[in-house]
Design a protein around this ligand. Structure first.
Ligand code: PMM
Length: 291
């Protein structure tokens, strides 16, 4: 097993895959239509996710939806900082979903304990220095370019090998910036510069990514490839809100495979799923001991 990440005891003591609830403070998130745009609404939504079984919340102010435009930095700060401060003041472990060094820095100063960077540092390499200096946990996601161009960059030889190689470069950069291995989490970046079919090997071969020795976060929730998987007879993908059961099924499988955390928009199904996986794996170990 991995060394515990530098996170509050309430989180590290949990002997199962963690559930990260998504709190998008954006008017245009692909999956929840910006229902949680005001700080107040975002706070209420996050508290509901926690009540349904999320262990931590991931607060983001910039949509990464394919084709989305960038949000100015001051606007991103205005969206996320008040929400992060509120959660932190209530003792909730908070992650900030940002690719910007200044947003990461302000978020940590406001109580965030995880920097979730979908670019792995490619967008603003200085973010690695912020993480080194503050000791925060850092999620390095596999990424090849911003939302406006990422679909053009979705070309792989073997997607699992290529993702591992590229994440290995991010780890080298993090180490060079002074970030300790025990701060690092890796994420295959489902749906980011990935054609639909590329997402499945990243999931079914999660053991290969885990074999690199870092905790792994999986973010499959409500993504397009699930909409296509569940398409109706007319071939149209099901809507984001109709992807939650499939998301929970992936949470169970990813947790059974050893994922450290799953990032989801709907917490209840996944909270149950990670407990099923823990019991499943726990019983196998007992069985092995008894034989
Ligand atoms: N996906 C989205 C946003 N942030 N962060 C990580 N670490 N992993 C992901 O897969 C991920 C992410 C896109 O989904 P959203 O727009 O619904 O939040």
């Amino acid at each position: 097993m991995h060394h515990p990440l530098p996170l509050p005891d309430a989180v590290t003591a949990l002997d199962r895959t963690l559930v990260m609830g998504v709190v998008n403070v954006t008017p245009d998130s692909f999956s929840d239509g910006g229902e949680w745009f005001t700080p107040d609404a975002a706070l209420r939504h996050g508290l509901a996710l926690l009540a349904e079984g999320a262990d931590l919340v991931d607060v983001g102010g910039e949509s990464t939806r394919p084709g989305a435009e960038r949000v100015p930095e001051d606007e991103e700060l205005r969206r996320v900082i008040p929400v992060i401060r509120e959660f932190a003041s209530r003792g909730v472990p908070v992650s900030v979903d940002t690719t910007r060094a200044a947003v990461a820095e302000a978020a940590i100063a406001s109580g965030a304990v995880i920097v979730n960077d979908v670019s792995g540092g490619l967008a603003e390499p200085e973010i690695h220095q912020v993480v080194a200096r503050t000791g925060a946990v850092y999620v390095a996601m596999h990424w090849r370019g911003h939302a406006d161009v990422m679909d053009e960059l979705a070309v792989y030889d073997d997607v699992v090998t290529d993702v591992r190689t590229e994440l290995g470069r991010r780890v080298a950069e993090l180490r060079a910036a002074g970030v300790a291995d025990r701060q690092i989490v890796l994420d295959p970046g489902l749906g980011f510069a990935k054609p639909g079919s590329a997402n499945w090997p990243l999931l079914s071969r999660l053991d290969e990514l885990l074999s690199d020795g870092f905790p792994v976060l999986v973010g499959a929730s409500r993504k397009r490839f699930l909409g296509h998987l569940l398409a109706r007879d007319d071939g149209r993908p099901v809507s984001p809100l109709e992807r939650d059961h499939a998301t929970a099924a992936i949470s169970a499988l990813a947790a059974a495979a050893g994922a450290w955390c799953v990032r989801v928009h709907e917490a209840r199904g996944t909270a149950d799923a990670v407990r099923v996986a823990a019991a499943w794996n726990g019983a196998r170990n007992v069985g092995e001991d008894a034989r």
